[in-house]
Ligand binder design. Structure first.
Ligand SMILES: Nc1ncnc2c1ncn2[C@@H]1O[C@H](COP(=O)(O)OP(=O)(O)OP(=O)(O)O)[C@@H](O)[C@H]1O
Length: 268
């Protein structure tokens, strides 16, 4: 799962300014993501993390700057799959239909076989015919993850996917996600994962990209050295975890307290 192979994603000088907004959201972002690498983007609220994901997905075109996924400008829905915080399942479709929704290009027998395989992988085979309303938050997020993985994307974009879950479900989903990705067919996808949680970043990332507030720039990039699978040799009680955690918190606190636009300005 560490970053082997060439760059899957390359961002060069990426900036973004919403029409009518007083300041740019992103400025001069340079970033690469290797095939199979997990890059976690961490930063204060409003620093442009979701905007960055939308640019990598090809939903927004940077101005100025370039983005390449596997060597070309990204095509939405073709070069990546996205998992959102709010699941975005279709309530009128069953679990199986939701997972198969993006697989319409496959002939029916192949589509059904693939849906069955991913239902099995996320442990929801018994719920194939259920509707999202009948599922818990954790189960819905597993369906959303299965739907994304079933497309066998080379790039998986995850936008605070577990933020709405309770603490136990959140930790189980972090663990499950790493297991599912390792167990999915084909080469492991590159992952760009957005979060506010320092601990989540440290448990999931090969590298953490720490962003500064408005306009969002890369403040620093930290390699995370803990071996995988991380829930077996749990690094959370070791001194290296505590040191990295402290470093990230100190930096986040300093950036937020010195940001004149932050609600916390002047409290430091
Ligand atoms: N469509 C839009 N038009 C104008 N401004 C926008 C639009 N979408 C987002 N913004 C603003 O751009 C900034 C960055 O938004 P973005 O959602 O990318 O940040 P974020 O880091 O993901 O935020 P959070 O951590 O709170 O989810 C915010 O100030 C937001 O209010």
């Amino acid at each position: 799962m560490t970053g082997t192979g060439g760059a899957l994603v390359t961002l060069s000088g990426v900036s973004w300014h919403f029409d009518g907004s007083p300041a740019p959201v992103l400025q001069g972002v340079d970033l690469t993501v290797a095939a199979g690498e997990v890059v976690v983007v961490l930063g204060p609220s409003g620093c442009g993390k979701t905007t960055l994901l939308r640019i990598i997905a090809g939903l927004l075109h940077p101005e100025p700057g370039t983005v390449r996924v596997a060597g070309r400008a990204p095509v939405p829905g073709q070069d990546s799959a996205i998992v959102f915080q709010g699941y975005r399942l279709l309530p009128w479709k069953t679990v199986a239909q939701n997972i198969g929704f993006a697989l319409h290009a496959l002939p029916a027998p192949q589509r059904e076989a693939r849906v069955a395989r991913y239902l099995e992988l996320v442990g929801l085979a018994k719920f194939a015919g259920a509707y999202p309303a009948a599922l818990s938050g954790g189960m819905r997020q597993r369906v959303a993850l299965a739907r994304a993985l079933a497309c066998q994307p080379r790039l998986l974009l995850m936008d605070e996917p577990f933020a709405a879950l309770d603490a136990q479900s959140r930790e189980l989903m972090q663990m499950e996600t790493m297991r599912l990705i390792a167990g999915a067919e084909g080469p492991a996808p590159g992952i760009v994962f957005v979060t506010h949680s320092v601990d989540e970043a440290l448990m999931l990332a090969d590298r953490i990209v720490l962003m500064s507030p408005r306009p969002g720039r890369i403040d620093q990039v930290l390699p995370v050295p803990f071996p995988r699978p991380r829930w077996q040799a749990d690094p959370r009680h070791g001194p290296d975890f505590a040191r990295l955690r402290q470093h990230l918190w100190d930096r986040l606190r300093a950036m937020v307290l010195s940001d004149p636009q932050s609600d916390f300005y002047g409290r430091g």
